[in-house]
Design a protein around this ligand. Sequence first.
Ligand code: DAH
Length: 370
Amino acid sequence: MSTLARIKELEAEATAAISAAADTAALEELRVKYLGRKSELTGILRGIGSLPPEERGPVGKEANRVRGALEEALECSHEALAAAELQRRLEADRVDVTLPGTRPVRTGHLHLITQTRREIEDIFAGLGYRVLDGPEVEHDFYNFTALNHPPGHPARMLQDTFYIDPQSLPDGVRNEEGLPPGPRDVLLRTHTSPNQVRAMEVSEPPLFVIVPGTVYRRDTMDATHLPMFSQVEGLAVGEDVTLADLAGTLQEVARALFGPERETRLKPDFFPFTEPSVQVDVSCFRCNGTGKLPDGSRDGVCKGTGWIEILGAGMVDPNVFGFVRDGRYDPERIQGFAFGMGIERIAFLKHGLPDLRIFYENDVRFLEQF
Ligand code: DAH
């Protein structure tokens, strides 16, 4: 067969193979086979010099034409096949963003104290209270003096804390002009009560706020004491807020926390910043106020009394209004109640826990139960 005839045969064979190729990988094999360095056509082009002179022109021309034609056919098919392959890949990879997600096997969850704090916040938000935040590093003025614990008052001794040297604070914070009157001490707050005066300094009456947060005391840790714990402060002030409102509000809250059947009672107590001061007890949710378990034994949760102390409260002492800067709270015109509850204590009672320290030991066997 003449070289020219063989070139034509190769063209026909390659063209048929190219149009039959199923994918781009098959096309690439055909390109190597028909146009690669070791292909027959390349061999023919390379061998042109050894052909008789009169054949060189026509064979060279024909071989180059076929080479060009095959290159074009390959490119054409490649475009079509690559587009189809992309389409298939896109379809296979499609993500349906409307499908529900797959949950990671182990997700974390909120700590029981955070859950309890949020539950308390929700209850008060439902009663129309605002939730505020206050500083954990506090001035002596707000923590003690403005709450009717003047310097040297013995009630200060019940709440010893960690003191911070104001000189150690950065310049802007240390600015004497900005410090409230009284002792210059800066300390870790011993309760959330300093936010009573802080809240009144930034808002006009009537005022209904709660302030949750962490507090510190110089206490050794045992089953019922922690040197760091959480409280929620509450303050309701207006022209006609009475002790009856305190009783009604806290009964509502006790029922939301411990069940709709709960009763509450107020007992006299003492706090320097409330007058009168009360302790609020809730009827025991375990024994239903009887002090006895179904088998006749003494209920350990309420220690057989049928009542559990849940918080301290009282009517805001007029002196406290007097400590609000700018005198915007006139004790002749307004009155109100305040209360403070321990979040650990609420969670501890609700879940019948044996020991307060368990909240901060971070034992996952405990944490995972809530
Ligand atoms: N601050 C008090 C404490 O830590 C709790 C408390 C009692 C807060 C009576 C109040 C209150 O607002 O009226 O022991």
